[in-house]
Design a protein around this ligand. Structure first.
Ligand code: NCD
Length: 329
């Protein structure tokens, strides 16, 4: 594993599986009454978030704390950046405090990679613009493996706002590394330019994918949030400035691409539903689907802590560190 985790594409299949296996051990700890383990005692992790987050930031914070690291949260709001300090100066200041790892989220694609070039400690990408979100892909793969076992030849359908989704890009990279097949489904305006070069199939027609010839082999469906905040007014009711129109109306989007109760019934018995959250209920996913027994939304949140513990442990204690059971003995 390289020093940083910037892209899901950085992981080989062996490395990804080693992280997912380690996460399984970590997951067992989540059900214990006392959750703290000693391996990262004395290490300091900074969560540096330049963009809003609930689950990713708190998930990294809990993951670090359960491994006994000291975790500090720095958010752009309230930081010196609002006084005009540059990104580089802010990052170098934080790093100079004596930090062992930086977990960074930024609204600009590529910003986390730039930051990794400025500091000497490991950097983990917690989401950069519309580019990548590798630990989300790892927790999605973890959740899928819990329900489906080995992902070789499994068919995962990812539906929604692919254009603005760092989750989709990281998932395509990781799922194909793990041997799965991916189909991306979205209206043409929400499929990114250049998607033809991605290692996956694409479709504009969700019903055709769910009912067509290949329908029986859909093993999982991942619904993505319609990212109003990145659309520059492209969705009615979205941001205020007039930008390109991606979707005519929310209602039309929900009719064409929402996971309605009727579409839920089309899925094979074994196929789980995933959503990285936050969900827009009634838009990309109906409450019936979100709350159904096949929904893995909360399992994904739990898996997030375990996977991030595994990533932090490997990056800070080293890939050759003893297995967790020995480390915590
Ligand atoms: C995603 C994100 O922020 O990239 N959420 C998350 O990390 N759980 C997806 C989203 O915002 O829709």
């Amino acid at each position: 594993m390289s020093r940083h985790l910037l892209s899901a594409g950085d992981l080989s299949s062996d490395e990804a599986i080693a992280i997912l296996d380690a996460a399984k051990q970590m997951h067992a700890i989540q059900t214990r009454e006392v959750k703290k383990l000693p391996p990262l005692r004395g290490r300091t992790i900074v969560n540096l978030f330049f963009e809003d987050s609930t689950r990713t930031r708190s998930s990294f914070e809990i993951a670090g704390k359960w491994l006994s690291a000291d975790v500090i949260n720095v958010s752009a709001k309230g930081s010196s950046m609002s006084k005009g300090e540059s990104l580089r100066d802010t990052v170098l200041t934080v790093a100079a405090l004596g930090v062992d790892a930086l977990v960074v989220r930024h609204n600009a694609s590529g910003a986390v990679q730039r930051i990794a070039g400025w500091v000497s400690c490991p950097v983990i990408n917690a989401g950069d613009g519309t580019h990548e979100h590798p630990t989300q892909a790892l927790l999605d793969a973890y959740s899928l493996r819990e329900r489906l076992g080995d992902l070789t030849d499994r068919h995962v359908v990812i539906v929604g706002d692919i254009t603005h989704s760092r989750v989709a890009r990281s998932n395509v990279l990781l799922l194909t590394t793990l041997g799965a097949r991916v189909t991306l489904v979205a209206p043409p305006t929400l499929l990114p330019a250049g998607v033809g070069a991605w290692e996956c199939a694409t479709s504009w027609d969700l019903d055709a994918v769910l009912t067509g010839k290949a329908a029986g082999d859909v093993d999982a469906v991942m619904m993505l949030r319609v990212q109003r905040e990145r659309m520059g007014g492209g969705l009615p009711g979205g941001a205020r400035d007039p930008g390109g129109v991606f979707v005519p109306t929310e209602r039309e989007y929900a009719i064409g691409y929402g996971l309605s109760p009727a579409r839920l019934d089309l899925l094979a018995e074994h196929a789980p539903i995933l959503h990285p959250g936050p969900m827009n209920r009634g838009l990309e996913i109906s409450s019936v689907a979100a709350d159904s027994a096949r929904s893995m939304v909360l399992d994904q949140v739990q898996a997030g802590v375990a996977v991030r513990m595994a990533v932090l442990y490997r990056m800070l204690a080293g890939v050759d560190a003893p297995a967790l059971a020995e480390a915590s003995a």
